[in-house]
Design a protein around this ligand. Structure first.
Ligand SMILES: [Zn+2]
Length: 195
């Protein structure tokens, strides 16, 4: 089933854990280079990963899918009756925001699919998905194994961190109140009304 390039890109990406693991392994094999490829399946489930060699002259900060491999993969996806749902590539610096170059190249060539940017951080796979249409860039949620297991929010705090921050704020407020009380002038002496 060929992609309908007039259709809007998906609003959420459903990735299986196996797919996420395969992308992580590919990124780990080239930690200092951008790795890239295509993700295929249907809008409810991405089941196939197709790694494609990066042909960019400067692989540490850009990617360009090898043309021959890309053609071969496109044929394979077509034969499997799956759709291309997303492109993916890694950012060795761990930043999950699409670069200016990404916006130009992906927006021109792949406006009808999503774009997953991945990074590795302390063993975790970070992922963020984007759509790029007419210079309009939006992020798209990623679900792994249809659960709200989110890999795409590196700023997310753990429960313990959230509790620590709230506690710190409460303690600060208590100290401020204590200071305010001690700084108040002494209460007027009301025992002598004729003073
Ligand atoms: Zn990029």
């Amino acid at each position: 089933m060929p992609n309908n390039i007039d259709a809007p890109p998906p609003r959420a990406l459903y990735i299986s854990r196996e797919v996420a693991v395969q992308i992580a392994k590919q990124a780990d094999a080239h930690p200092n280079e951008e790795v890239c490829g295509l993700l295929a399946g249907n809008t409810q489930n991405i089941t196939q990963v197709f790694p494609i060699a990066n042909d960019a002259p400067v692989k540490s900060s850009s990617f360009q899918m090898n043309a021959a491999e890309l053609l071969r993969v496109l044929k394979q996806i077509d034969l499997s009756e799956n759709d291309i749902i997303a492109t993916y590539h890694s950012h060795p610096n761990g930043k999950l925001i699409v670069s200016k170059q990404d916006i130009t190249a992906l927006g021109q060539n792949w406006p009808h699919v999503c774009h997953v940017v991945v990074g590795r951080q302390a063993g975790a796979l970070l992922m963020k998905a984007w759509t790029i249409q007419n210079q309009d860039i939006s992020s798209v949620p990623i679900l792994v194994d249809k659960r709200k297991v989110r890999f795409d929010d590196p700023q997310r705090l753990s429960k313990a961190q959230q509790v620590a921050i709230i506690l710190a704020a409460v303690i600060t407020i208590m100290i401020l109140i204590a200071l305010a009380v001690t700084l108040l002038p002494p209460p007027p002496d009301l025992t002598n009304p004729f003073r």
